[in-house]
Design a protein around this ligand. Sequence first.
Ligand SMILES: Nc1ncnc2c1ncn2[C@@H]1O[C@H](COP(=O)(O)OP(=O)(O)O)[C@@H](O)[C@H]1O
Ligand SMILES: [Mg+2]
Length: 418
Amino acid sequence: MESVQNIKQRFEIIGNEPKLNRAIEKAIQVAPTDISVLVVGESGVGKESIPKIIHSLSHRKHGKYIAVNCGAIPEGTIDSELFGHEKGAFTGATSTREGYFEVANGGTIFLDEVGELPLTTQVRLLRILENGEFLKVGSSQVQKTDVRIVAATNVNLFDAIQKGKFREDLYYRLSTVDIVLPPLRERKEDIHLLFRKFAADFAHKYKMPPLKLDEAAVQLLQKFRWSGNIRQLRNVAEQISVLETNREINAIILQSYLPAEGSNLPSVISDKKAESDFSTERDILYKVLFDMKSDLNDLKKLTLELMKNGTAKAQDINPNLISKIYGSQENESEIDFEERPKPALMASQKQDNHYDEPEDNYLFAETIEEEEILRLEQKEIEMIKKSLEKNKGKRKAAAEELGISERTLYRKIKQFDL
Ligand SMILES: Nc1ncnc2c1ncn2[C@@H]1O[C@H](COP(=O)(O)OP(=O)(O)O)[C@@H](O)[C@H]1O
Ligand SMILES: [Mg+2]
């Protein structure tokens, strides 16, 4: 049997944490069997290497290895992707198609984010796990496949079962053996090792001398919460590698690359609940700032319009803004609009482009604090990214959460090149 050390070398896995070694050892032990394995761990802990290890040490190693991110495939097409479809099964099904389970016959399928599978797909998956049988979408002919399944999740499937989102019977089928990968914050000794490895890789890639952390910086690395785990650590190492010309990194410099999530204040904000309250509050604050920014833009536009020709067109004015500034009662003497929007009109002009920016091509754009706007924009980008991540890239859900229309979100994604 291969040793844990060999496997770590082969798969470039860094770290000596006993829990990590145990996880790799378990993968080695189950590899020669056909037992289904569930890999559990937060996002960014390195779950993806486990199914690869299992596949490469199994009798299926010359067969296909297919990794599927269940959270990234739209609900409407996932059955067809996984199990295939018959010609004419649905509009656009112009020919018969093989699904991943058919293609991977004799090999291994890795179902990442398995908790995201729709319930109907879970039923099909259960059947495959039980006897290898499946039906193509739109077909009544039972087919057989011989596939080893390794699944992974970063959500607590017990919670999902409680909420009726995940089938309990499927859970037990998938997790005949479970392999748990510890979060980075529980691998204190490994954090600096990993950072050094990434720093060396990036130094090489960007042709810069490697970074060096002082004692306090190392301590900060170890104290930080790393909610994005190894992926986040790698990201931070890359940013510092590219941006810092002084290659001696102290805690103050390092701190400036770490998000201020209270994540590095475990004593103040220790439990998960407090932390999520904290981030909700922050999100609300950002939202208020965006609203202010967009009001400011409307105001700029309005003022410019008034300066140019003494009038403003009703349809150009955000009605919310008008009522915010001038209250709801009419007071014609305060502002000289030819067509002052009437409250009824305001209410009917339901705007979904609350965050839309008017084209920034007017006279005094430079006099407005550009920097502040830039910073707000940065926050906006962050918020959008966060929401997209949280909603697994589903734009509809993200837009809903952000309180903007899907179309606006789409435009923002293009505008910021996200
Ligand atoms: N032990 C490790 N040593 C080196 N790099 C690692 C290790 N674990 C994970 N990584 C890297 O961290 C990133 C995230 O890993 P990944 O397997 O995608 O996480 P997950 O699937 O759990 O979200 C990848 O770039 C991976 O190469
Ligand atoms: Mg992953």
